[in-house]
Design a protein around this ligand. Structure first.
Ligand code: ADP
Length: 683
């Protein structure tokens, strides 16, 4: 074998060779030439000089980088090369003859030691690792190849051990191991699915992808144990993976070595309907790695958003309302079709304009104010107007608000028709109001008429009751006493008394009939005023004079209390004035049991004020107005005690009215009454 060849021989092969040679040396044989050594060396060997030969071999073994130690069957060291000296720090001369166990104490387990000895006795080579201690006490790991040396009886004669320090290698391995552990930890705990595939048919088509690694996230996502996935094809786990297109990408990555990203895509089978994002790359060892994320939720949200955005757009476009979106300065950014139609502009003619340009000038200030409010996140609802391209103005309901994306949204509803309807309603309302007023008026009139009818009905009953009483009572008197007078036995004072009663009854009836005539004349408007020059003082005096006897008969004083100075003549109706005075004086006497009745008159501004004051029974407050009505009496219960038709005060009031004056009273029950009336002072 030439030089070049020998340099290509592996170290192991050299050891194996040396092992054979050494066996020969131990047996005292001359070692034969070997094809592993170069020709020069061969020459030396060829010279068959065994000393030289041995020396050569020693040198050769010394030159080996690994420690080579030979022991006899008892473990006594018979050879210790240079590298052994270097490794174990013992010089050869110090260890030759000593037991290997004492020189290089080792840390082997019993099991390992037994296995070693068994292997060597069997004539086999043992390889293994254990820790050993050098001369300086350093303990370090070594890799050992122990080969047995057998004698002619195939008995173990000795051992050749080749050992080398593997502490650096161990450190390296540990470091790599740590890196691997960290890397695995990362893969396992990461929140994405990581799957490593071995490519089946690598070098051909990259056809199938067999799972060799499946991280925790992926296991959870697939709802599988590691055993169920490792060694399986991707197709076993995801039957529809071809439709998803991942295999194609794997092939591409496998072929080009370039990493690929597959954006969110849907995978569907009977178990899954999810969206995944995949990153695929190739490891230096040829495996394919897929890192994937389930983005179903994001994708669905995105789809929903897109759908709702589309829906919104459709609604906006199709909305009959004009919809505008402006920026924060009020410049149009979006205008829907209805807006163009409503305002009469051609498409896109409003884009970029400011909203204020479609507002009538008189509303600018208000609308700018509202725009500011919308900017401050206030929701605006208002009625306003928009100006069409042709200058016409449309009334609209405006609804505006700020959008989250710093835009202002406004929708305008044309309310022309509503406004018209409102106007119509207002007009109609007015009409109804006036009809209502008319109806109310009619109602009032009807009420008055009804009241009047009721009143006249009541008056009619009152009249009938009063009249039957007021006529029957004196009539009974007249009839009764005239019957008595027929008796010839009735004479003298008794006869006079009966005639008096008949006269009084006649007078009372005459009074009633007079009153009736007066009131019916008043009612029918037949009463006339006959003006003449009337001496007031004379009338007053006559009145007192006339009633004095009647009053005194009841023990009441009747006085003319006060009168203006001098002669007082005015232009008035004498009979009516007299009638009023008579009535009031008669009542004063009638409704008094004692005390004084004062009468009088005095000038007050442009009228003469007459009064008749008594200290009689008085009139309750709630009856003071009613007594001026026909047939009404103050106290219905007591009426019989006083006799009367209830017509006197009604006649008085009518007469005073006719004369152009007023009549009223002041009265307190049981204290007395004062009737006052005026007549104009005219001459
Ligand atoms: P009558 O014929 O019943 O007196 P009048 O019209 O004169 O009718 O009076 C109406 C009623 O007013 C009387 O029935 C009586 O109740 C009350 N009245 C009138 N004058 C007086 C008075 N001076 N004092 C108390 N009550 C009076």
């Amino acid at each position: 074998m030439n030089k070049n060849n020998s340099s290509q021989i592996s170290l192991q092969e050299k050891y194996d060779y040396l092992k054979t040679e050494f066996k020969q040396v131990l047996k005292g044989k001359i070692v034969k030439s070997s094809e592993f050594f170069d020709e020069e060396i061969n020459d030396i060997i060829e010279r068959k000089d065994s000393k030289e030969n041995i020396f050569f071999l020693k040198r050769l073994i010394d030159s080996v980088g690994d420690a080579v130690i030979a022991t006899d069957k008892d473990g006594r060291i018979i050879y210790w090369n240079r590298s052994a000296e270097k490794l174990y720090k013992w010089k050869a001369e110090k260890v030759i003859g000593k037991n290997i166990v004492d020189v290089t104490p080792t840390k082997t387990s019993k099991k390992q030691a037994d296995e070693l000895i068994k292997t060597l006795i069997n004539g086999d080579t043992w390889q293994g690792e254990f820790e050993v201690q050098d001369k300086n006490g350093r303990i370090f790991p070594i890799h050992v190849t122990d080969s047995p040396v057998l004698d002619e009886n195939n008995e173990l004669a000795g051992v050749i051990g080749v050992s080398k320090d593997i502490s650096e290698y161990k450190e390296l391995v540990n470091e790599l191991l740590m890196k691997e552990i960290r890397f695995r930890e990362l893969i396992y705990t990461i929140n994405s699915g990581i799957v490593i595939y071995e490519v089946k048919n690598e070098g051909l088509t990259g056809e199938d992808y067999i799972i060799v690694e499946f991280n925790q996230y992926a296991l959870q996502h697939e709802r599988k144990n590691k055993d169920e996935v490792i060694g399986k094809s991707l197709k076993d786990i995801r039957p529809n993976i071809d439709d998803f297109g991942l295999i194609d990408v794997f092939r591409k990555v496998w072929k080009t070595g370039q990493a690929e990203f597959i954006p969110a895509k849907q995978y569907v089978d009977k178990n899954f309907s999810n969206y995944y994002e995949n990153r695929v790359f190739k490891l230096p060892g040829g495996e394919i790695v897929a890192v994937y994320d389930d983005v179903t939720v994001q994708k669905k949200v995105e789809l929903e958003l897109r759908t709702s955005e589309k829906r919104f757009r459709t609604i906006t476009e199709d909305s009959p309302d004009a919809i505008f979106i402006t920026d924060l300065n009020g410049h149009f950014r979006y205008i829907n079709n209805s807006a163009y139609t409503m305002l009469g502009y051609a498409q896109s003619k409003l884009k970029g304009k400011n909203f204020i340009e479609i507002i009538p000038p008189e509303k600018h200030e208000m609308m700018q104010g509202l725009f500011q409010k919308a900017l401050n996140n206030e929701h605006i609802f208002t009625e306003t107007e928009l100006v069409k391209k042709n200058g016409n103005v449309i009334p609209v309901d405006l609804n505006a608000m700020k959008l989250p994306n710093d835009k202002i949204y406004g929708s305008c509803r044309d309310i022309t028709e509503r406004k018209k309807a409102e106007k119509k309603i207002i007009q109609q309302n007015k009409e109804y109001e006036s009809i209502n007023e008319e109806l109310l008026q009619m109602n009032n009139e009807l009420k008055t008429a009804k009241n009047k009818a009721e009143e006249s009905d009541r008056l009619k009953s009152a009249f009938l009751t009063n009249m039957s009483h007021e006529i029957r009572t004196p009539m009974n008197g007249i009839m009764g006493f005239t019957e008595l007078l027929k008796n010839p036995g009735i004479k003298g004072p008794q006869q006079k008394k009966f005639i008096d009663i008949i006269q009084k009854s006649g007078a009372r009836m005459l009074d009633t009939i007079n009153n009736l005539i007066s009131i019916s004349k008043i009612e029918s408007g037949e009463t006339e005023i006959n003006y003449s020059q009337v001496n007031i003082k004379e009338i007053m005096q006559d009145n007192v004079l006339f009633f004095k006897p009647e009053a005194e008969k009841k023990g009441i004083q009747l006085k003319l209390n006060s009168q203006p100075e001098g002669i007082l003549i005015i232009k008035t109706d004498r009979d009516k004035l007299q009638s009023v005075l008579t009535n009031l004086t008669k009542n004063a006497i009638k409704y008094s049991k004692k005390g004084t009745i004062k009468t009088g008159c005095y000038l007050n501004n442009n009228s003469i004020r007459f009064f008749v004051q008594d200290e009689g029974i008085g009139i309750p407050k709630d009856r003071q107005k009613a007594i001026f009505k026909r047939f009404v009496q103050a106290d219905i219960e007591d009426r019989k005690a006083f006799e009367g038709s209830g017509l006197g005060l009604a006649i008085c009031k009518s007469y005073v009215d006719m004369l152009g004056g007023e009549i009223w009273l002041k009265s307190e029950v049981n204290a007395g009454s004062t009737f006052i009336f005026t007549v104009p002072f005219q001459v």
